[in-house]
Design a protein around this ligand. Sequence first.
Ligand SMILES: [Zn+2]
Length: 326
Amino acid sequence: MLKCKICNASSLKVLSTREATHKRPTMHYLQCPVCSVCFADPYTPAEVKTALGETFQYQVSPHDLKRLQRKITRLRKPINKFLLQILKGYSFYSIRFEHIYKILLSPLQVCLFKNIIPFIGTGRLLDVGCNIGLSMEILQSIGWQTQGVEPRIRWFELAKGRNLKVQHGTLDTVSFPDKHFDAILFIQVFEHIWNPIETLERAKKILVDNGRIFIEVPNQRCLSFYLFRELFYDYPDHCHCYSPRSLSLLCKKVGLMIKEIRIKSSSGQFIYFLKKKCDKLPNPWKDFLSAIICAKLFKLCFIQPLCFLLETLRFGDVMRVEIAKE
Ligand SMILES: [Zn+2]
């Protein structure tokens, strides 16, 4: 009998079934009733690898580069460098009475630099699935020594072309010295990984003892999962769909522990799913509802307040998790 790979529970719940074609067998989307992780059966790494598409075309757009430059310029403003030092442990200046500023300004932590990771140790960082390396460039600009691994050849070449220290492959194929990195990032990557236990074990091995792993994944425990189910799950592009509970059980299994879980909610993603649902309706409903969904007023008056509410109730569609060694 098939068991959950994370918590070993049996009697898995079938969420839905994809009918067989001449190329592939019938496939079930399953959910574990105990830890709530979702995965597919039969599980086909080959299909997942095809979804990773070595031939996937991507160009760095001038818009992306402008946005990157704007972000770097903003972060490097003296006031932001000062705040990063006080709130996030970065090191730019020699500040007298720094500990007093830390006490006085600590309440600002809840609203400032929420997407910037704290500075850890000597600042060696690995970005797993680094894409074309834009995040690495931002982190380098504030003091991190970054390395990246990227499995898609085109993205790897683009990152390499931007003079970044990147290797082609995954944590399965590229080796690093033990206890080398102070921080390891999996940003919108971990849900694509078909062997999460082995991958986390490798990450743990190359992480220093007081280092941190940061994982950002879609959150299964969210409204979008119940409303849009397979669109949200997105197999085979996404191999697993995690909730805070399943991710913490997974960490426990490999001797890691979750220090903090932040839940976010993306209005753009919610609108994208709604539009996809509408595309299946017949006309004139399809055109009529699509026009409403794409209207700025609809986003402002309905979607954004809804996302704010979901985030407050910790029911948003993205979770960012900070993980340490036990
Ligand atoms: Zn389970």
